[in-house]
Structures are given as C-alpha cells and as structure tokens.
Write a protein that binds this ligand. Structure first.
Ligand SMILES: [Zn+2]
Length: 400
C-alpha cells in the first residue's frame, strides 16, 4: 500500500466513492500503540500532523484522550504522547457462541477486567435472559462507572442497522432482537455484529500495532470454529454488503465446495464449513461414520495434542482440513481480490499441521499463479471475547 492510501482510499463500497479520512484507523492505532506521539501517528499512517490534531483535539477536550509527557531519559527532550483516559467508562462484550458464550468488560486503555463463560442455552430467549442477568450484575458491581456500549458478536448474519441477529444456522435462531432485549435492562447503546467481522476488527487493531504502516488496511479474516465465517476489511473498514445483501458478505462458510456432499445445517449440501471447520475435524477423524454406543467425538484441541504427540491419524485429519481450507481460501481470494488472509479461531492451534497443505491448495489455484498472496495465523482470542469487546469500543468511538 502506498502513502496516502490509508486516508485517501477511493472506495466504491456502498455504491459511492468515498475519500473520507479514516478516523477509525487513527483511533485504532492509538489504542494499539498507546502512549504514542502525534509525530509517530503521522509517520506511521503517512498523514499530516495537522490531520492528527484535527481528529484528536475534540477527544482530548472531552477527556476521552489525554496527552502526557513521555519520560525519555534524554535531557531537554520531553515529547508528549496520546493515550486513552476516561477511566470511569467501561464496555461490555458478549460473544454468543454456538456452544459457549463469553461475557467480559474492558476499558479504552484495553485491559480486560472481567471474563465469564457459560454454555449457550439452545433457546434464544433463554440465552438472552442469561446475558441480561450477567450484564445487570456487571452494572451493579460498578456503581461509580459508566457503561458506554455493549458489543455482541453472533455466529451468523447480523443486521448492524436494526441490531438484530438475522439468521444463525448452527443455532437455528432467526430474527432475534438482541439490542432491543438487552436495552430493556441497560441504558447504554448495543451493537450487534457477525463474529467473523468482530474478529476482523480485533485483528485489524493487532496488525496496526505490529506494522509500521497502513498495511493492515486490506485483509480477509477466516474464522473457523464450529462453522466457518469470513470477515472482510477493505480500506481499513469492515465490509458487510449492500442493500438486501447487508450482513450476507462473508457467508463463505456455506459456499458449496463438494457437489452433493455432506448435508449442512443450512439445508444445502457440501458447504465449506462441513469440510474445513475445526468441528468438522472431529467427524473426519472418525471417518465420518456414525458413533458407536459409548463413543464420543474428540474435541479439536484433543486432535491437535494427539498430532503433536505423533499420532498419524490426527495429523492426516488436520492435513485434510488444511487442504479443504486452502481450496476455499483460493475461492475467497478470487471472489474478493483481497490477497492477504488471516486465520482466526481454534484452527490457529493446529497451524503447524494445516499451513503446508493449505498453502499447497492455494498454489494449485489460479490465485497461486499471482505474486503477493499470503495466509497467516492470527490470534485465537479475537474469535472469542476479544472481538465482541472490539465491537463495543469501536461502536463507541465511531459515534463520539
Ligand atoms: Zn451450509
């Protein structure tokens, strides 16, 4: 990515050209690298220092950002650096998973001060009851603090505008009014986001903290756990689709990869997530046969630890998952034209076994004939609570 693109990306997303400054990217960099000087921000994003000042000044005035003198140890040189203040504000993240749900609390400075997990009830009504109870407890325990935003990540299609879960195939939930239900017990805003998009937001901040430029602006995030989801970050912003397709972007887990293949919870056959998700490894390990009485499917982490101990069947299973993953990834790169891929979720634990067959599958495709594609392992935590907390904080910062 060349200079200026970070703030001047001509995006044809949403049907209109946008040259708006990526304020969110600047704030993300401060969160990732705080305390950081205005000069550092300007250098890393290749923008004017005056642009930095323009964005940060209103936030300093409101006490959300603060500027402190950095102790460099060098006489005479006392640069000032920006970091997030507002210690009285906090954010709640809820990662509604197919099997487990995590609830946590964070602040603008980034530390996680509460982390709770429970089994997701099969009924959406019951699940939201439990979530509401957990959030009410969190609010009650913090009488002198302000809950600014609740972020909820869901394993399916989310409508960011109406803030509800549209369809989660693995839970068989449809049209769940998540924000409305939570707001019956809290005054704060509630943002609902697809879990892969949430993980992509999380990785976006991780990568911007690691890299010295805007190279974290465009990537595809593949989140593989019970299912497979894809988050798209284009020009530093997540992409959700347009018009009636809003929320559908990234539903690659249900693209058909084997004609007439294994049946999927969505009603179709041969979906990608039936072949390349972490949970598909368990049935693949057993050769896709019905379980005998008393037999239980091994957990993904168990297959990984067996593979680490040299078990051939576990290794072959993970290599096969890597192969299917690579086939799908090549399709996703072809469809989006975004050549950088980050893997998130439980599959990261098996990276040493899946990386080679995965890359080989991409190399076989037309994508492999083009220079510059890459697939790398991200963080497992972005797929869980980290993503939901990111949704809450980003939701707050985009509106202040
Ligand atoms: Zn499907």
């Amino acid at each position: 990515m060349d200079s200026g693109q970070v703030f001047q990306t001509p995006l044809l997303v949403g049907g209109e050209l946008s040259f708006a400054p990526k304020r969110s990217m600047l704030l993300r960099l401060i969160r990732a690298a705080q305390p950081i000087t205005r000069t550092d921000i300007a250098d890393r994003l290749k923008i004017d220092k005056s642009t930095v000042t323009e964005v940060v000044r209103p936030l300093i005035d409101r006490g959300i950002l603060r500027e402190t003198v950095l102790e460099t140890g060098t006489p005479g040189r006392r640069p000032r650096a920006l970091s997030f203040g507002a210690e009285g504000d906090y954010f709640v993240g809820v990662n509604l998973g197919v099997r487990h749900t995590q609830v946590g609390v964070t602040s603008l400075s980034g530390e996680i001060s509460h982390d709770d997990e429970f089994e997701t009830p099969t009924s959406a009504t019951r699940a939201l009851q439990v979530v509401r109870g957990k959030i009410s407890d969190i609010v009650r325990e913090r009488p002198n603090m302000t809950l600014q935003m609740v972020g909820v990540s869901v394993p399916g299609m989310a409508d960011a505008a109406s803030r509800e879960l549209v369809y989660a195939p693995n839970l068989n939930w449809r049209n769940v009014p998540i924000a409305e239900t939570i707001q019956q017990v809290v005054k704060a805003g509630v943002v609902v986001e697809n879990d892969s998009t949430a993980a992509a937001m999380f990785e976006s901040r991780m990568k911007i903290g690691e890299t010295a430029d805007g190279s974290a602006s465009n990537f595809i995030l593949i989140r593989s756990g019970t299912g497979i989801g894809v988050g798209l970050v284009i020009g530093g912003e997540v992409y959700r689709g347009t018009g009636a397709g809003r929320g559908v972007a990234g539903e690659f887990g249900h693209m058909t990869i084997v004609a007439g293949g294994k049946p999927c919870v969505c009603g179709n056959r041969g979906c990608w997530e039936r072949y390349a998700s972490a949970s598909s490894a368990s049935s693949l390990y057993f050769g896709d046969r019905p379980l005998r009485p008393g037999e239980t499917l091994p957990r993904f982490v168990d297959i990984v630890s067996k593979a680490e101990n040299g078990d051939i069947r576990s290794r072959r299973t993970l290599e096969k998952i890597g192969d299917y993953l690579g086939i799908g990834i090549a399709n996703v790169i072809m469809g989006t034209g975004v050549p950088r891929v980050i893997i998130s979720g439980r599959l990261v634990y098996a990276w040493q076994f899946i990386a080679e067959p995965l890359n080989a599958a991409v190399r076989r495709s037309i994508v492999g004939k083009v220079e510059g594609w890459s697939v790398e392992a991200g963080s497992p935590s972005g797929s869980a609570l980290g993503g939901a907390l990111e949704v809450a904080v980003e939701g707050f910062l985009s509106n202040v």
